[in-house]
Design a protein around this ligand. Structure first.
Ligand code: PBG
Length: 337
């Protein structure tokens, strides 16, 4: 049927009509809010490149979590900045590690039962060099003139990641989420979780994580910038959609319960293709750079804040995400209420 019988504007005339035929929806329960935990007490340190986000000591994080419960958010994604870093990322799996401590505090209060506590599993916040795995240096120490030559040691890194996942699950994580992009880590994590009696803990794999400039502000937030080199030997090349599908397929075969795509807005086609091909719960991470560039535009008055936030999130849902990790989670929940 063509115009004039068909007039698509008929269903756009009023908000009542528009909302009746709306195809995609945002719900606070499907939004996950990231938190950056630091040792100490009473600490609420603003993150310069991420307005409105903070490094929080555990007591402050509990306040934040209370707000998230009130807003009806789906969960928290926990990152940690340890008191000390070393070459083996000891802080990542330490019994008294910062995220482990935070998880135990959150689990101690039934008020937080409504939040899914997701623990990011990675080594970059805990290593002195800031890479997501164990490295071996080749041809001299870093800074000895010229480019540092190094190798990320995959299988050794996987061992440490699995150990980290078990430690976080034992401390109370409802979900463990490996974000390191080492090969074979999902299989190792699943096996070690099962061995440790954590067979009920799901693995949310950052299956398709691209080496992205949009992680810039996060590296300030988590103090995890690599001291030399970059992450391109383990995170994916932004040009590759087909390879992303292979990453997902392998992670699912290794036992991933859910997948996470990241970044979100610059990779909506990848997210959409993943949704089309795989019938598994699929999330997307609207990363720090996506957040900060919107914030920068809001500060200049160049974009309308509320509408831009909701439009960015609905685009991610429409592309196929069941849930979204976003630094706008609290604000979006307020807008939706
Ligand atoms: C750690 C990790 C990163 C992010 C999530 N987990 C940083 C990175 O890979 O460099 C980025 C999240 C964001 O930018 O908001 N591996």
């Amino acid at each position: 049927m063509d115009f004039p019988v068909s007039r698509l504007r008929r269903m756009r005339r009023t908000e009542a009509l528009r909302s009746l035929v709306r195809e995609t929806h945002l719900r606070p329960e499907a939004l996950i809010y990231p938190l950056f935990l630091v040792p100490g007490e009473g600490i609420r340190r603003p993150i310069g490149s991420m307005p409105g986000c903070f490094n929080l000591s555990v007591d402050e994080a509990l306040q934040e979590a209370r707000e998230c419960v009130e807003l009806g958010l789906g969960g928290l994604l926990l990152f940690g900045l340890p008191a000390a870093k070393d070459d083996d990322a000891t802080g990542a799996w330490a019994e008294q590690g910062i995220v482990q401590t935070g998880l135990r505090a959150l689990k101690a209060d039934r008020a937080f039962d409504r939040l899914a506590l997701i623990a990011d599993v990675c080594l970059c916040e805990y290593t002195t060099h800031g890479h997501c795995g164990v490295i071996s240096l080749e041809g001299g120490a870093p800074g000895a003139g010229g480019e540092t030559r190094y190798e990320i040691r995959n299988d050794e890194s996987v061992e440490l990641l699995a150990k980290t996942a078990v430690s976080l699950a034992r401390a109370g994580a409802d979900i463990v989420a490996p974000s390191d992009m080492m090969d074979g880590r999902v299989r190792a994590i699943r096996a070690q979780l099962d061995d440790a009696g954590c067979e009920r803990t799901p693995v949310l794999s950052y299956a398709a994580k691209f080496a992205s400039a949009f992680y810039g502000p996060f590296r300030e937030a988590a103090d995890s910038a690599p001291q030399f080199g970059d992450r391109r030997s383990y995170q994916m090349d932004g040009a590759n959609l087909r390879e992303a599908m292979r990453e997902i397929e392998q992670d699912l075969r290794e036992g991933a319960d859910m997948i996470l795509m990241k970044p979100a807005m610059p990779y909506l086609d990848v997210l959409h293709e993943a949704r089309r091909r795989f019938d598994v719960p699929t999330g997307a991470y609207q990363v720090s750079g996506e957040f900060s560039m919107l914030q920068a535009a809001f500060e200049r008055g160049w974009l309308e804040r509320d509408r831009a936030i909701l439009e960015s999130l609905i685009s991610i849902r429409r592309a196929g995400a069941d849930f979204i990790v976003t630094y706008f989670a609290k604000e979006a929940a307020r807008l939706l209420s």
